[in-house]
Write a protein that binds this ligand. Structure first.
Ligand code: ZN
Ligand code: ZN
Length: 641
């Protein structure tokens, strides 16, 4: 047996014999850890504790207090679901049942299920959990496995692909039931403290629309019942905040069937988007970005030297077609066009940084099943920008962008989280170039004293980046903006500037988006604010409510005094109570109630969305205050504080 070196998370090493398992290593570290071992993470991959180690590797032991434990538990819950399903529907065929960020799913077929059937399956699952069956890994000779799945072409395909050449193959068994599986799993079904089946939908085998349609059952599981309850409560709240629901209620946008994945902004939604655009234009001016406009339609060869063509066509994400013997496409990114604008004249080192911004419309062919409102789209507008800088300007440029982002997100009450994404597979350019670029990003983060997570291997193919995530009111994280250092595209497109030495040099290209895309950012803030936008963003900022029809002329006078705001007069002949209710339902920040008393005194009664009230307010005072509230982009309503 050969010796291997195992590196532990603290950097220390152990020597082991090839063939020793994750669990063996855990026991060597300590008897207690050995007993508590549920699984392992070997070179970044979650594996079962029985996994033999054949070569030098990095290893983490997974116990029930590890972050990865929930994945192991949830995948185990998918087995409990599958066993319960087959108890009730013996002919049901199983395919795959992985864990997800929110729980698990299992894709099944040969069974007709709808949401009404889930309660019975849950009862059966409860029985399996209560029985606390031991979950055992068993090695099954390959031929026996093939026989076992005589009637299940999906599992046979898995045996021929993922498990190709393995003999024996691994199964997991509980009670008298078994499933082909790599693991890992928890030790017994009783470890699942709380579970729930959530929904039934359709899915294609291997996610490919050409393949057979399967039934996907989603569920979730937690170590305890109370964690499950918290999750379900949060899920209800998320449903209430669903941007598609609020988008309909507030008449913000629609995604008609004839334009899949391409949202239409209605006047109310466009009012919000214009505020966002104005704000970002202002920031771009401050940061020294010059606005340009480049076309959506280009010859496909535009994206070949930048690597975008290969990347986007490989994933089927590019809209491209033949026209007059030439391949054309809709741009998936703006980088190449901006590089061409840079290249259109010569630059001296003194001109740098040269910066271009664009609200760039890009198109990506997302699968139709994945499309959802503003958050998963095919057509989107990025608030894109590219800075072409000298190497000595990288850090300063990144710092300015990070500071702008901090400032911007504060006006939305969004917490910013930074993810440093490093070199992954298929990266363009040398390791040395990548290190230089990654160091520049780290230096900027440190300089600003910002905490960040490192996501190894997650960067785009052309350079490392800082992914900007926002944490919303429900604690959910959304990937929004980005800052990316790129030494590769300038080389591949031979972008140059004349240096102090009179020689040609390649500039460094910094790609950045402050909000990401307007679509995604709007989707996020609709849910984050639950439609209760700050005054500066609200589609309708003020509604004037005449107490009776006689007060309508005065109401119109008041509205015209507030002409700089988005103001409406409620002129339906309703009771004032109903008018107030409607304004609340429409999430209008400020209501001005005007009746006989107000008309006589030339004042208004102010009421806000938070049901605070003040009578006899001078209209000029109100207007001055609101102008300030908008100008400072305050997140709260402050007139009646
Ligand atoms: Zn499994
Ligand atoms: Zn770019």
């Amino acid at each position: 047996m050969s010796e291997i070196t195992v590196t532990l998370p603290d950097g220390s090493t152990l020597s082991a014999e090839a063939g020793e398992t994750v669990e063996d290593i855990a026991y060597r570290i300590g008897e207690g850890l050995g007993r508590d071992t549920k699984a392992g993470v070997v070179d970044g991959e979650l594996v079962s504790k029985e996994e033999p180690l054949d070569a030098d590797c990095r290893i983490e032991i997974v116990t029930d207090s590890s972050e990865e434990y929930i994945e192991v538990l949830r995948h185990s819950a998918s087995h409990v679901f599958a066993q319960a399903l087959q108890r009730l529907y013996p002919d049901a065929k199983l395919t795959i049942g992985p864990s997800t960020d929110e729980g698990f799913y299992y894709d099944v077929t040969n069974v007709d299920l709808d949401e009404d059937d889930l309660a019975d399956i849950e009862d059966e699952m409860a029985d399996i959990v209560e029985s606390d069956y031991e979950i055992r890994r068993v090695d099954v000779p390959r031929d026996d496995a093939v026989d076992f799945y005589e009637d299940n072409e999906f599992k046979r395909e898995i045996l021929e692909t993922e498990a190709a050449g393995e003999d024996p193959v691994s199964f997991y068994e509980q009670d008298d039931w078994r499933d082909l599986c790599q693991g890992p799993h928890v030790d017994s079904t009783g470890e699942i403290g709380g579970f729930k089946l959530l929904s039934v939908s359709a899915a294609y085998w291997r996610g490919d629309e050409e393949n057979e349609s399967l039934t996907r059952v989603y569920g979730t599981a937690f170590p305890t019942e109370s964690e499950l309850e918290d999750f379900l409560e949060m899920r209800e709240e998320a449903k209430e905040r669903d941007h598609r629901k609020i988008g309909r209620e507030m008449d913000l946008f629609s995604v008609p069937e004839h334009s899949p994945g391409c949202p239409h902004y209605h006047p109310n939604g466009m009012a919000i988007r214009r505020e966002l655009e104005d704000y970002i234009r202002e920031k771009n001016d401050e940061l020294g970005f010059d606005e340009v406009r480049t076309p959506e339609l280009n010859k496909a060869e535009l994206w070949k030297p930048t690597g975008h063509y290969e990347t986007f066509t490989e994933n089927g994400e590019m809209f491209a077609w033949e026209q007059d013997d030439t391949e054309y496409g809709l741009k998936p990114m703006n980088c190449a066009n901006h590089a061409h604008v840079y290249q259109s004249k010569t630059h001296s080192y003194r001109d740098l940084p040269v910066r271009f911004s664009e609200f760039g419309n890009v198109y990506r062919n997302e699968q139709s099943g994945e499309l959802s409102g503003l958050l998963r789209v095919r057509g989107l507008t990025q608030d894109d920008g590219h800075a072409f800088v000298r190497p000595d300007q990288i850090q300063g440029e990144i710092l300015d962008i990070l500071r702008a982002i901090e400032d911007i997100y504060g006006h939305f009450n969004l917490e910013v989280l930074y993810k440093l994404e490093t070199r992954g597979e298929g990266a363009m350019g040398s390791e040395e170039i990548w290190k230089q670029a990654t160091d520049a990003l780290i230096d900027a983060l440190r300089e600003e004293d910002l905490d960040y997570d490192v996501e190894e291997g997650e960067a785009a193919f052309y350079g490392p980046k800082i992914g900007i995530n926002a944490r919303d009111a429900l604690g959910r994280e959304w990937t929004i903006g980005t800052v990316q250092v790129d030494f590769n595209i300038p080389r591949n497109l031979d972008l140059t500037y004349i240096g102090e030495d009179n020689e040609e040099h390649h500039p460094v290209m910094i790609h950045r988006a402050l909000l990401g895309s307007f679509e995604r950012f709007m989707g996020v803030i609709i849910e984050h604010f639950k439609g209760n936008f700050p005054l500066w963003l609200a589609p309708e900022q003020i509604r004037v409510l005449p107490v009776t029809d006689d007060n309508i002329p005065y109401a119109r006078e008041v509205a015209s005094e507030l002409g700089d705001f988005r103001v409406e007069v409620e002129d339906r002949s309703w009771t004032v109570g109903r008018k107030i209710q409607q304004a609340h339902d429409d999430n209008v920040p400020y209501m001005l109630v005007v009746g006989g008393n107000e008309e006589e005194a030339g004042t208004v009664s102010v009421r806000d969305r938070q049901e605070r009230e003040e009578q006899g307010v001078d209209l000029a005072d109100f207007r001055d205050h609101l102008e300030l509230e908008v100008e400072q982009k305050r997140t709260g309503l402050t007139f009646l504080v």
